[in-house]
Design a protein around this ligand. Structure first.
Ligand code: SF4
Length: 385
């Protein structure tokens, strides 16, 4: 097992996710629910934040126990929540503090895109109480971003890391993508090295995938664009953890790396099946009543058509989320949630341990590094047990 001695247990704290459904430009590969609106201001923001408040009131009514939870993370994602007006973000945060027990050291995160980030924005949102920011950079290479049909502002991209470094935020991270056609291994590692020269504490590094009903998928079907470079992706999956470890970054989930103590508390909630209220059009939530997903429609959201059907918890949810984690896991406490599957899953893990895919000692489970290449298949097998 590697240097990070963190054993993940459920901590029993809950989170809040807020989905902001607008971006400057819709990227061709993206299947998150978001609308490209160009450089214009989001005109109906006040209405959107009022609808968020209505949804929060409804969720509290439907999940009465939620007001008893201690909340240790609030996450504004999207879309591009850095397009939201800071005064609306501030008044909405105050609303959340009035309605929930939010812990004094809660992680309050926001996703941002380089084009919205400047010194004033960083200072303002830090003053509002945000203590973590993650910037969707994807690549520092203009040609690569253009291939993905991503908005690019050369001035912003060249300054973004020094802006973060000189901001009041101690907790900063960026996203990068690899396996883009035309992106050589060298070009990708140049991006990684650029990131490593800064003082960020978190890296989300994703392989490009083809998502259903995206423009990228349509262009691919019409043979107008090339598919993701899978050979390169395999090589990166095997090489990257070691490379990053030598710079003090540890892989804690298949696509996420952080310096010690810098893991995203919020994202770990999804993988360890903690409860969270998700609000906004297209947002998902998971409470004691079960899972729900709001419709991906802004007009319906403004008409307060929030999803009120909660799908009961399924045993396979544990396999689909927990086994994406690359930390040593105290497996017993998680398998106790699904006693009916516990012995089948443990037998499978012992079988894989003998075959060298993982270690399982004294109830502490950890994937071996090479298993990352077969992770989807392993997870599928566990989910089918
Ligand atoms: S900026 Fe992010 S959320 Fe918006 S379309 Fe691009 S990838 Fe999707």
């Amino acid at each position: 097992m590697k240097g990070l001695s963190v054993l993940k247990k459920r901590n029993g704290f809950a989170g809040i996710y807020v989905h902001f459904p607008y971006c400057i430009h819709k990227c061709s590969y993206c299947d998150f629910f978001s609308i490209g609106i160009g450089k214009s201001v989001v005109t109906n923001q006040t209405e959107l934040f009022e609808a968020y408040k209505s949804e929060i009131r409804l969720r509290i009514e439907e999940n009465l126990d939620f007001s008893d939870y201690s909340i240790d993370s609030i996450y504004f994602g999207g879309g591009t929540p850095s397009l939201a007006e800071t005064k609306l973000l501030g008044s909405f945060l105050s609303f959340l503090y009035k309605n929930f027990k939010i812990m004094s050291d809660a992680e309050i995160s926001i996703e941002a895109n380089p084009e919205n980030v400047d010194r004033e924005f960083l200072n303002d949102i830090h003053l509002l109480g945000f203590n973590r920011i993650n910037v969707g950079i994807q690549s520092f290479q203009e040609g690569i971003l253009k291939y993905l049909d991503r908005y690019y502002d050369s001035q912003k991209y060249s300054h973004i890391l020094s802006l973060l470094e000189n901001s009041p935020f101690d907790r900063t991270g960026i996203d990068l993508i690899y396996g883009i056609p035309g992106q050589t291994l060298d070009l990708f590692y140049q991006d990684v090295d650029t990131a490593l020269k800064s003082n960020i504490e978190h890296l989300s590094i994703y392989g490009l995938t083809v998502e259903e009903n995206t423009p990228y998928q349509k262009l691919l079907t019409q043979k107008k664009i090339l598919p993701p470079n899978e050979e390169m992706q395999k090589q990166v999956l095997l090489e990257l953890p070691k490379k990053l470890e030598s710079s003090g970054f540890f892989q804690y989930e298949v696509s996420n790396y952080s310096k010690k103590g810098g893991q995203s508390i919020h994202n770990l909630k999804y993988w360890t099946l903690e409860h969270y209220i998700g609000i906004g059009p297209g947002a998902h939530g998971y409470t004691k009543k079960g899972r729900y997903s709001n419709e991906k429609s802004i007009p319906k959201y403004f008409q307060k058509q929030f999803q009120n059907v909660y799908e009961p918890f399924q045993a396979e949810d544990i396999s689909l989320t927990l086994f994406r984690i690359f930390l040593p896991i105290e497996i017993e406490s998680f398998l106790n949630i699904i006693p009916e599957k516990k012995s089948a899953i443990k037998s499978k893990l012992y079988e894989w341990e003998k075959q060298g895919h993982c270690s399982l000692n004294e109830e502490i489970f950890c994937w071996n590094p090479k298993s990352v290449l077969f992770l989807d298949d392993f997870i599928f097998q566990l989910a089918c047990l």
